[in-house]
Design a protein around this ligand. Sequence first.
Ligand code: UDP
Length: 408
Amino acid sequence: MLSSAVQRSTLGLHTLEQYEPLVGTATTERIAAKAERMRTMRVAHVSSTFYGGGVTELLTPLTLMMNATGIETDWHLIQGTPGFFGCTKKLHNTLQGESVDFSDAEKTIYEQVVFENATRLHLDDCDAIIVHDPQPLPLITHFPDREMPWLWQCHVDLSSPYPPVWTYLRQFIEQHNAAIFSLPEYGQDLQVDQQFVTPAIDPFSAKNRELSDREIREFLSNYKIPTDRPLVTQISRFDRWKDPMGVIEAFRKARAQVDCTLVLVGNNASDDPEGGKILETIKNIADEGIVVLAVDDPTLVNALQRSAAVVVQKSTREGFGLTVTEAMWKGAAIIGGNVGGIRHQIKDEWNGFLVSTPDQAAARMVQLLKDPGLREQVGSRAKESVRQNFLMSRLLEDWLDLLCKYER
Ligand code: UDP
């Protein structure tokens, strides 16, 4: 017999009924009717980690919701050596625009490890396969007799992929039935259908659920986060594209005008080998007004996003930026890098602020720290824009529409 806490925290929280108060009965009934038509379908997602990063954040609730609506949905992981994940991180970086060549030796490691995974994965018994990001991309070449649609979803910022690497990956991408990107501006010159699905958040997860003031105080105190000064925070993997150094530079400039504490929190995805070095660099330059925490605690993320005077996501590349959505859902005053998916979420000076340089970020930090009324105003608009556009019920509906389109 499951404990009542487990019963409450599993499928019960991933049904469409939970969303009724947030998005309305007409919407949940429309989605339920679409799901009903597809009830006999079996779907498999393939990605490279259960741990860390936005893909995991999406697939955790999405796969549970799909199952809760009656669509049998699996989630498979590919396994790899550190050498393999070094290669795939390089692919990730080049897709986001870095000009580094992918050598023949790296191609061999990449393709060999994916081949070994293909040998282990028995995907023939499904009606649709959804492959996420570049790590498992060549899998398709090992299923020549496939009858079901294979869809490749790319979650990174594809505004300027490095051409030689893109040309190499195209041969795999174009074998799929469709390539799915987070934003229309990531569309590419490809001989394959292109579709666009924007990510979304689960408002009932530990990271996004309502917290009492007491819970918030307890979590901040457990991690020894000082609350005597207003908090500025960035919560992100320790990744150069998230620009933690730019955040520190901006914070130091802002602190010269308004007293505040910076809290940098980061976990590290198990398929991201670069995080450790970046964390070391940050720790070396942090001073006593900067708290650096390398932890993975969704409730801490929740508490910080709810208690910070200013939440920053100063990325220089960002596929979508779920941390932005999560902070906006909590009514936080947000400053985001003017790139990729952040631009899609923040309307500058309406529901947050967009910046391109540390100086601009510092100026907005000072403005927001001095003006609680402005924080309140942009924060409440931010919350409403997430309610309208970026909740999981919308993502589920997008996927039902896509699966219906490609169903055989
Ligand atoms: N995240 C977290 N703890 C951390 C850092 C990040 O739980 O210390 C989560 C964050 O809340 C978000 C996801 O990891 O849900 C990151 O997704 P995003 O789209 O912002 O960036 P990605 O890591 O996919 O580049």
